[in-house]
Design a protein around this ligand. Structure first.
Ligand SMILES: Nc1ncnc2c1ncn2[C@@H]1O[C@H](COP(=O)(O)OP(=O)(O)OP(=O)(O)O)[C@@H](O)[C@H]1O
Length: 384
């Protein structure tokens, strides 16, 4: 969808901002550009909408060489979000959002209806915020309007330059989450500049890590964290790589342990006997459909009641496939030594701190070997 072919930019004073850039962003893919200040990230995105002209190579958008497209027409097909949002101060939020549709000749009513829809999409109620002026919004809200405005004419491509850079870390994380949800729905082809590796990892389908004026590694977040291509990349992604991997490694069935199970309607004495025989101190309690109800400890099980009368409800669960970080968060929040994992509504096992550690090692090892994670085979007890 966006293709760089040996693109370079040399300024008249002799500064080479970027050199020999070749990479591709597929349709619907979000690529983050990350690297130290002055390494050429902004130059890269501004060449796509011709705010900067390359001095060598070419850039294709949707198969078309952008150098051959009228810049004004080109920019209407490419959304652009920057850190200093640049809203028109004397226009309402709704009119700001409707700017591009109005420019490309939509009727006023249609442009405004579209703007209202977009404000809703970025989490701003158009009835409340539409009539306001930019100075009546918080920084985070202004940033959302910037995103809504960039999407208003439904461009297939979105360029974002530090879009969440101007807000505090908490709001920033909120905006990132909202943006991810939105991107899952609209699937734009996105090129996003950030200097923050955490943001690059959280948002990017793939990451381009820049050195001075060139890309040192272009790969998935897991691969960049797991096998940095150079000492520069390793230095940039930082010493806490293992921690960052928690965000990008999904919980897989093989990571789970199978604890003893008790059924809601089971006589409590029978469940207690089974636990004792297994040497277990607690069991996960499931309902008749295999859904999670809660847990019960062996010393809570009396002789006469049913398990369901004695069990405790439990909210500490995560879906299969969720990132390990989410499971870790739930464990901390509930002060629990394990977290239940569900596939749909069905209980499939528990993740413990030991399982979490193993999963992290598995993901690092898989990348180190250069094989897809699903292909890694483990020696099983049966083979020994
Ligand atoms: N008009 C210009 N003339 C000369 N050099 C320039 C010009 N514009 C940018 N540069 C240089 O090009 C290099 C790349 O700049 P660019 O803005 O792309 O970096 P960046 O990675 O986006 O940095 P930051 O994260 O600080 O925004 C820098 O060394 C910068 O000083």
């Amino acid at each position: 969808m966006i293709r760089f072919e040996q693109v370079g930019k040399r300024y008249p004073d002799g500064t080479t901002a970027v050199d020999g850039l070749s990479f591709e962003v597929s349709e619907g893919e979000l690529v983050t550009l990350v690297g130290p200040s002055g390494c050429g990230k902004t130059t890269t995105v501004m060449m796509v909408n011709r705010l900067i002209e390359p001095t060598s190579g070419r850039i294709l958008v949707g198969g078309e060489d952008v150098a051959t497209v009228d810049p004004v027409r080109l920019r209407r097909r490419i959304g652009y979000v920057i850190q200093q949002v640049g809203l028109f101060p004397h226009r309402t939020v709704l009119d700001n959002t409707a700017t591009v549709p109005s420019l490309v000749g939509w009727k006023r009513a249609r442009a405004r209806a579209r703007a209202a829809e977009l404000l809703d999409l970025v989490g701003l109620d158009p009835r409340t915020y539409g009539p306001r002026y930019p100075h009546q919004l918080s920084g985070g809200q202004r940033q959302r309007v910037g995103v809504a405005r960039a999407l208003a004419a439904d461009p297939p491509v979105l360029l974002m330059d530090e879009p969440f850079g101007a807000v505090d870390p908490v709001v920033r994380e909120q905006l990132q989450d909202e943006f991810l949800r939105m991107q899952a729905a609209v699937r734009k082809t996105v090129l996003m500049v950030t200097h923050d590796i955490e943001e690059a990892v959280r948002l990017g389908d793939r990451i381009a890590v820049y050195g001075q004026g060139r890309i040192e590694q272009f790969d998935t977040p897991a691969a960049v964290l797991g096998t940095p291509a150079s000492p520069h990349v390793a230095g940039f992604v930082g010493a806490d790589r293992g921690l960052k991997r928690l965000s990008v490694t999904p919980i897989e069935p093989g990571d789970l342990e199978q604890p003893p199970i008790a059924r809601l309607d089971e006589p409590s004495g029978r469940a207690a006997g089974r636990l004792r025989a297994d040497g277990a101190r607690w069991a996960v309690v499931l309902d008749a459909d295999g859904g999670l109800h809660g847990w019960v400890g062996i010393d809570m099980l009396g002789a006469s009641a049913r398990v369901g009368d004695l069990a405790r409800r439990m909210d500490a669960w995560v879906p299969l496939g969720a990132p390990l970080k989410q499971a870790f968060g739930v464990m901390l929040q509930h002060d629990a030594g394990w977290v239940a994992v569900l596939e749909g509504a069905r209980f499939v096992g528990v993740l413990t701190p030991a399982g979490l550690h193993e999963a992290l090692r598995r993901s690092v090892d898989a990348d180190a070997l250069g094989v897809a994670r699903g292909q890694v085979a483990f020696d099983s007890v049966a083979d020994a």
